[in-house]
Design a protein around this ligand. Sequence first.
Ligand code: SIN
Length: 478
Amino acid sequence: MSSLQSAEKRYITDAWQQAQKSYPLKSPIDGTVIAEVADCGPQEAIEAAAAGWRAFEGWKGTTAFERSEILMAWHDLITGHAEELAKTMTLEMGKPIKEARTEISYAAGFVKWYAEEAKRVYGDVFPSHLPQKRLMAIKQPVGPVFAITPWNFPAAMVTRKAGPALAAGCSFILKPAEQTPLSALYLADLWRQAGGPEGTLQVLPTRDPVPLSDTLLADPQIRKLTFTGSTEVGRLLYKKASETVKKISLELGGHAPFLIFDDADLDLAVREVVACKYRNAGQTCVCTNRIYVHSSVLEAFTDRYIRATEALRVGDPLRDDTDIGPLVDEQGLTKVQQHIQDAVAKGASLKTGGRSLEGLYFEPTVLTDITSEMKIMQEETFGPVAPIIAFDDEAEVIGKANDTQYGLAAYLYTNDLSRAFRVSEALEYGIVGVNDGVPAVPYAPFGGVKQSGLGREGGPWGIEEYLEIKYLSMTMPR
Ligand code: SIN
């Protein structure tokens, strides 16, 4: 099966179901329709919740060793289909094929990690003050999970959630982003091929997320919500999930500062900022949005950074040598244009780029002479635009870096070990990359503080989000 063949269907219980309605899926590469995708609504959500509950009743009773084997088989199938999955992803959201391949390996990494981690869900035995008592804390799966995933990582954000949920013994209902249902459907098909029981992983694509999501959020059978997306939508979901007091994980927006100190190796710093800023055409929650450079190295850094930006190849994402593909949709493109217009109108200097190319393609752009009133300094741009700001003093730049509602990722570049620790500890962020522009790996904790989210994904921390603790207090008969 290829993902495109499955596109006219939705995934539910043990079979591909034909949906009542469908919508055309357009590729951002050139606007052509690449699939007709199921458009699920409240009725499908009700059926999915019931199927998810039935599946949970069986799945929670399997051993961690059985779940681990199925997850490992899923991992092997994902890596075996890596090229087709990568191509599907590039077609549906425009990520350059070389980055799509990296994402598939990242996505498979979560599945492998949680195949192993399933067997390490330990409890505790702890002392009592009464001699006849024995006390224990055991961990159990939280129940059916509702997951909402974004378009910018159509595979890795699915496995970063489904991997630990399934390993813990939860069933999993997924609403993928409207723009990227094909990768999710493909992954679900591979899950079934791996031996995943019916109803354990369901995918419900929709063009109109609210009615479907509202149905699942109101359903008490759904015990957990996990969401990756904007802070704005996260707040709404948080409120709705509170009605049935669901366990919740939110991975929300960011506005990542990148601090380059005067002792930094500038060539390396330029490479790291380019990798961080232009990854996925600037469309990740952890892409830097503000590049603070010490004024003594400002000119040298900016010159090299502009040259590195101009060397990037923008174009067809299916080509192996493309660095920057199209933006995902018109809305994304408009936001990038507006941020640049607003900055230039308020006095920013456009150093390179700044133009829309054909379709959804946009030139990577560097701006200087930035001030804090500019939109680009407050909102996530989610595009290939790099604002560079000078600073003179460590305390001043830490203050500026922290002066935001967001707290997902921050970066600093320095060769001074004391400063590396001091600044990392002072930054109010969930992730700090020290001389590292792309720190995320499947076995590390990913998540934000402040309005960037709740909870952590990845590593041993990630599976805890899908577990409940049960206290067993036992009195021994005399
Ligand atoms: C994200 O943008 O939310 C994910 C980025 C990553 O996992 O590196």
